[in-house]
Structures are given as C-alpha cells and as structure tokens.
Design a protein around this ligand. Structure first.
Ligand SMILES: Cc1cc2nc3c(=O)[nH]c(=O)nc-3n(C[C@H](O)[C@H](O)[C@H](O)COP(=O)(O)O)c2cc1C
Length: 448
C-alpha cells in the first residue's frame, strides 16, 4: 500500500520525509539551498550557479527549423530566470531527423536566425549563461513530414507497435553518413554562438537506440564496441572538426526488457544495471566530453520513468519517489565513475519546491554537480532566481506534474505550461483537446 502510486499531497517537508522513510528511499534533504549558488567550471567557462534548465521542446519552430516568436519568448523567460546552464531543446541535425515538422533544425540557411536567438538569450540573462545546443536524430520517432520518415536501428518487440507502416531499418551506410550531419550541425552551432553541443543519446531516439542493438548485424550491432560505434565516432569527428565543448544527454537505463532495453538487469528490467553505462561514461571522459546529463526511460513507452507524474496516460506500478530515486541515484553512480566530469542530474520537477532541497542535499553530499529542471522550467522559469534570492521555491509557482504539456505535444500543438502560463497556453491546450489540431496549429503558426 505504502508504495502505491499517489498524487503529491505533502503539506510540509516532514510529510515528504515521512513518506521517503516509509518507502526506505534515502535521498538527502537539505533545508539550506546555498550550495545551488555554487559556480561550476565547464571547459574554460565559469558557470554562475549549479542550476540547469533541461531541454524542453515547444514544437513551435518555423517550418525551416528556425525560432519563432514563441521560441524567443520561452528562452527569454528561461534566461531571465537565472539558471547557470540553459540546455536548449532538441534540434535536428538533418531534416529527416525531426520529430515533428516544427522541431528546431539548424542548417546553413537559417544559422543567422539561431545567432540572433543566442545573442538575445545572452542579453536577457542576468550575467552569463552557458548555452548548450542539443543535436538529435529522432530515429523511430522521426516524423519530419507527419507520419513519414521513421528509421529504426533494429526491430524491437516492445516499441514497434507504435511505429507507422513506412519505417525502415537504417543501413550501416546511412548510419555512417549521419556522422557528417552531426559535424555540420556542430559547426553551425558554434557559428550560432552556443558554448556546447549535446550529442543526444537518450529516450530511445536514434543514437540511444543503437545502445541496445544486441541483435543487429554489421558494424553497429552486437558487441558493446559496435553498439556504441556511431555515438563515439560522431563525438570523435566533432572533436576533430570543431572547437566547441561537447556534452551528452545520456539515457543511463530505459526500463525496457532485455534485449530490447539498455541499462537493465537481464532478468528483471525494473532493476537498473549500469555496467555498460559506466563503461560509456569512462570513454566519454577519455574523448574529452565535458558534461553529462543523466536521464532514463522512454517518454513514449514508459513516461513515468523519465518524468514522474500525478496525472498521466496510465498508473505506474509503484510510487513516484522510486523513479525520482532511480534517476538521481544513477547520476550518483555515474559521478562516482568519472568524478572529474560535470554531472547534471534529472528528476526534480515532481518534487515541487522540495526539488531545490533534494538537489541541494545531493550536491552537498557529492552525488552530482548540478541539478537539471525540465517541466519546472515551463511552469516556473525563474525558480533559480527565487532560490538565489530567497533560498526556496514557491509551491504556488511550481509544476503540478499534470502532463498537459505532453498532451499538447501529442495533440500536435505547440506546447508550454497551460497551468502556470495559462494566458498563452491554456487556449492552445483546449484547442488541441477539441481536436482542432491541424487547423489551429496552422493558425497559431501564422500568428507567431
Ligand atoms: C513537453 C516536453 C518537452 C521535452 N523536450 C525535450 C527535448 O527537447 N529534449 C530532451 O532531451 N528532453 C525533453 N524532454 C524531457 C525533459 O527534458 C526532462 O527530462 C523531463 O521532463 C524530466 O524532468 P523533470 O522531471 O524536471 O520534468 C521534454 C519533456 C516534456 C514534458
């Protein structure tokens, strides 16, 4: 009973701590959040504090992939909110890799628009901000042209039922060609003024899918060396070609049964097994990667693993605190493996204002270096300012983990927080729910 899924109804920190105690979840809680103000050194840059805004896609770019007014609005709010690192949302390295026709996509023609955006963000930030461009190919979730365009690394018994009909298994030659797309995108990101590129390898998008390609033949399947080849080759090639910091958003485990999942115990997929993930982070360190953000799960198949929620598409098997713990503990185990790297954890939004306290407790105890906030940034973009100014976050500004931002995405709408930023996003949420998505999306786009 105690371990059942239930909504966040803690009225005080003592109630939260009591629940953690009941569940035997040992997360350090620190009332004093001072440690979150600590500067970090990444490469040759000093980051002004230990708070990170995680990539949060708005599905609201122009058709050519460049930023619209809504994108500007989002990043201006994030920049003014005071976090030290702004890890920008998924940006496709090629048109075919876009998860939707409105995903960001950087290319030679629109790089100037990205430069204007980063200039605007830097101007809006109070002091400096470290800017990361997340480079991605969406693989099985690529829908550059509505239902067309998905590619997979291998046939997957758990995930394939969500695929459109016209999917194909990417060939070794096609996979190899992607190296060039990543390098081009990294060079453009540098030109556009980013501090770092993230070679995204999580959430079962293409590069992370290769990590579990145990049963694929050829150069990219089977052995650890083969399954990680594309990912590491891309990083090597970027390093050779471009003077920009490299970061990685890494799916440490995906909670999908072996052999269709990665980072899981072979006999029990609900148990994390980080042996290969640890090997990966050691290699990333040796390749000169500066920063890793640890995440897990698959937002389409088991969203409760990556973003514990109160309202969502199904009732998860156990209490949300278990998933928060798994995410933060994975970051801790990986930090122990590569203490010299900057490790950013994911998993704080469901904790509401206590996210700041758990983050402070973990950082103080050396679990990881920085705390990353996803949905919280949509709801409460200035959470970092409040922590810096007042030492706390405020419940009435917090994300309520209602999943409406995801619902908007799945409805084909642009997305944001329809609860805390309702003036802009509630009408869009309602339109999406009323099934007016395509007409309304076009209308919204015209008015952006
Ligand atoms: C609407 C929405 C958009 C997201 N966009 C991205 C994205 O572009 N790239 C990415 O790596 N993760 C993305 N995520 C995942 C978040 O970065 C984050 O991992 C997740 O929300 C869990 O963190 P939280 O508990 O702080 O929200 C998105 C999540 C949501 C709900």
């Amino acid at each position: 009973m105690a371990n059942e899924f239930s909504v966040f109804n803690f009225k005080s920190k003592d109630e939260l701590l009591k629940k953690m105690n009941e569940l035997d979840i040992k997360l350090p809680f620190e009332s004093n959040t001072e440690v979150l103000k600590k500067e970090q050194v990444i490469g040759d840059k000093t980051v002004k504090n230990s708070m990170v805004i995680l990539p949060m896609e708005g599905c609201d770019s122009n058709i050519d992939g460049s930023p619209t007014k809504l994108v500007y609005r989002r990043y201006e709010r994030f920049a003014k909110g005071g976090s030290g690192v702004l890890w920008m949302e998924a940006c496709a390295v090629c048109k075919g890799g876009r998860a939707n026709p409105r995903q960001m996509h950087i290319n030679r023609e629109n790089v100037g628009e990205f430069k204007k955006l980063t200039d605007h963000i830097r101007k809006s930030a109070d002091g400096s901000v470290y800017l990361v461009a997340q480079l991605t190919h969406s693989g099985r979730y690529a829908r550059p042209d509505n239902d067309m365009g998905a590619v997979i690394a291998y046939k997957n018994a758990h995930l394939d039922r969500f695929l459109p009909n016209n999917v194909h298994i990417i060939t070794d030659e096609e996979a190899k060609e992607l190296e060039g797309e990543y390098v081009r995108a990294a060079m453009l990101a540098k030109e556009a003024g980013f501090d770092a590129v993230d070679v995204k390898c999580c959430h079962r998008y293409l590069l992370s899918e290769f990590l579990s390609a145990y049963n694929r033949d050829g150069e990219y399947g089977g052995s650890f060396e083969n399954r990680t080849r594309l990912f590491f080759d891309i990083i090597r090639r970027i390093k050779e070609s471009c003077d920009i910091d490299i970061a990685v958003r890494l799916g440490a485990y995906d909670e999908i049964p072996y052999p269709d999942g990665f980072g899981v115990d072979i006999d029990d997929f609900r148990q994390v097994n980080l042996d290969e993930t640890k090997k990966i982070v050691r290699i990333l360190r040796d390749l000169g990667v500066k920063m890793i953000n640890v995440t897990g799960g698959n937002p389409y198949y088991n969203p409760h693993v990556n973003r514990p929620y109160d309202v969502g598409p199904y009732r998860p098997p156990v209490h949300q605190l278990n998933y928060v713990y798994k995410l933060l503990n994975a970051a801790r185990e990986l930090k122990q493996e590569v203490p010299e790297m900057t490790i950013v954890a994911t998993g704080f939004s469901w904790l509401r204002e206590y996210g700041a306290n758990i983050a402070a407790g973990c950082i103080k105890n050396g679990w990881f270096d920085m705390a990353g906030f996803g949905r919280q940034a949509f709801a409460y973009p200035d959470f970092a300012s409040d922590i810096i100014k007042d030492g706390t976050m405020y419940r009435n500004k917090c994300c309520v983990a209602c999943s409406k931002c995801t619902v908007m995405m799945r409805d084909g709408m642009v997305t944001g927080c329809s609860v805390r930023d309702s003036e802009v996003y509630l009408p869009i949420y309602n339109q999406g729910r009323n099934g007016k998505q395509s007409a309304i999306s076009n209308e919204i786009r015209e008015n952006l």
